[in-house]
Design a protein around this ligand. Structure first.
Ligand code: PLP
Length: 402
């Protein structure tokens, strides 16, 4: 009898299931709003021109294929930290930020989870927003942390449950870990305002919580990398020690290259050196050392002034296209179709995703009758909309909610 005879079948991934149903649908009007990857005006995957140029520069420099150090390409990690923390950051200027390359954002979160489980002396509890990116939950559980939730989203207003959030963070035991989406909260598209961030920072300070920022969308939310880093930089300026996961999947379109960074702010260069040594001890038995290619591309962009300027324009182009789709969808529903309900959240939400407020039965009807696919929580990827399909999508939503 097979060693695996008793292995039970696990549930399918909810997002990949949407893509499978979409692929099997033969209707030419079909739309996939499940995927978390940017699509251009024609609905096609988009390789940033700055990335193409960077790849060309890397190729012509004929680099070798030797192993990277355990914590990755040193120039890349230096530049990634600069992008996130900004040149004015005190711990950055002091040389007190410990940073490692990671297997994109997921890998950064996982290194962070494993490091905190081993070395954070105060608590093993991590508070996640409800809802959050689905993978956060198993990721932190598998890292050895105890996952708990704090209120984040208010169904009734399709907005932030700020009172609930504050009450839950105030009720958390002192020195717990709290995960914060730095910008473009996934799946809701609902972010705190700068004033609300300042209040959250005060509560985090009062309760001595350890803030762990997940920044998967820097630049992609507003079109401006500094604006999207506001929360991270505010917390650092307020003297918090933070943990930070960065991803270059969305803002450079480097999804499958798996390039990201994990960092911790420390009290001194001497402490940083000790933390660095322990990060290596966490990473070495996981995958030895990270892949080369994405680090070279990202670093070429971050370290070449003309390419950096071009990239900033291209990130803004992606963000602006998404913002314009929000505008169009809102107008189509509210003004053209007079669709029942309040749709202001479509415009006020930010980033790739929007929580439409559509119910699970409505999303089922949309898939079966209109060939429009999204996750059953009513989340749509705005990047899947374009001038060729947005009217059809709005009409389909209108029919589904009447
Ligand atoms: N964190 C959030 C909130 C995300 O939405 C994603 C991707 O969808 C990630 C992290 C990690 O993505 P990746 O591992 O592709 O960088």
């Amino acid at each position: 009898v097979s060693a695996w005879a008793a292995v039970p079948a696990g549930p399918p991934d909810p997002i990949l299931g949407v893509t499978e149903a979409f692929k099997a649908d033969k209707d030419p009007r079909k739309i996939n709003l499940g995927v978390g990857a940017y699509r251009d005006k024609q609905g096609k995957p988009y390789i940033l021109p700055s990335v193409k140029k960077a790849e060309e520069l890397v190729r012509t420099s004929l680099p070798d294929k030797e192993y990277l150090p355990i914590t990755g390409l040193a120039d890349f990690t230096k530049n990634a930290a600069l992008l996130a923390y900004g040149a004015d950051s005190e711990p950055l200027k002091q040389g007190a930020i410990s940073v490692t390359q990671s297997i994109s954002g997921t890998g950064a979160l996982r290194i962070g989870g494993a490091f905190l489980a081993r070395h954070y002396p105060h608590s093993k509890a991590i508070y996640l927003p409800v809802p959050t990116w689905g993978n956060h939950i198993p990721l932190f559980q598998d890292s050895g942390l105890e996952v708990r939730g704090y209120r984040y989203y208010d169904k009734d207003t399709v907005g932030l449950d700020f009172e609930g959030l504050k009450a839950d963070l105030k009720a958390a035991p002192e020195q717990s870990i709290v995960l914060l989406h730095a910008c473009a909260h996934n799946p809701t598209g609902v972010d705190p305002t700068p004033a609300q961030w300042a209040e959250i920072s005060d509560i985090v300070k009062e309760k001595k919580l350890l803030p762990f920022f997940d920044m998967a969308y820097q630049g992609f939310a507003s079109g401006n990398t500094a604006k999207d880093a506001f929360a991270v930089r505010h917390f650092v300026s307020q003297g918090h020690q933070i943990a930070l996961a960065q991803s270059f999947a969305k803002n450079m379109g480097l999804y499958g290259e798996r390039i990201g960074a994990f960092s911790l702010t420390t009290a001194s260069p001497e402490e940083k050196a000790r933390v660095d040594s322990q990060l290596k001890i966490v990473i070495r038995p996981m995958y030895s050392n990270p892949p080369l290619h994405g680090a070279r591309i990202a670093n070429t962009i971050l370290s070449t002034p003309e390419l950096y300027a071009q990239w900033e324009g291209e990130v803004k182009g992606m963000a602006d296209r998404i913002i314009s789709m929000r505008e169009k969808l809102y107008n189509a529903l509210t003004h053209d179709l007079k669709t029942p309900g309040e749709w202001g959240h479509i415009k006020s939400q930010i980033g790739m995703f929007s929580f439409t407020g559509l119910t699970a039965p409505q999303t089922k009807v949309l898939a079966e009758k209109a060939h429009v696919y999204m996750t059953s929580n009513g989340r749509i990827s705005m990047a899947g909309l374009n001038s060729g399909n947005i009217e059809y999508f709005a009409e389909s939503v209108d029919k589904a909610v009447r």
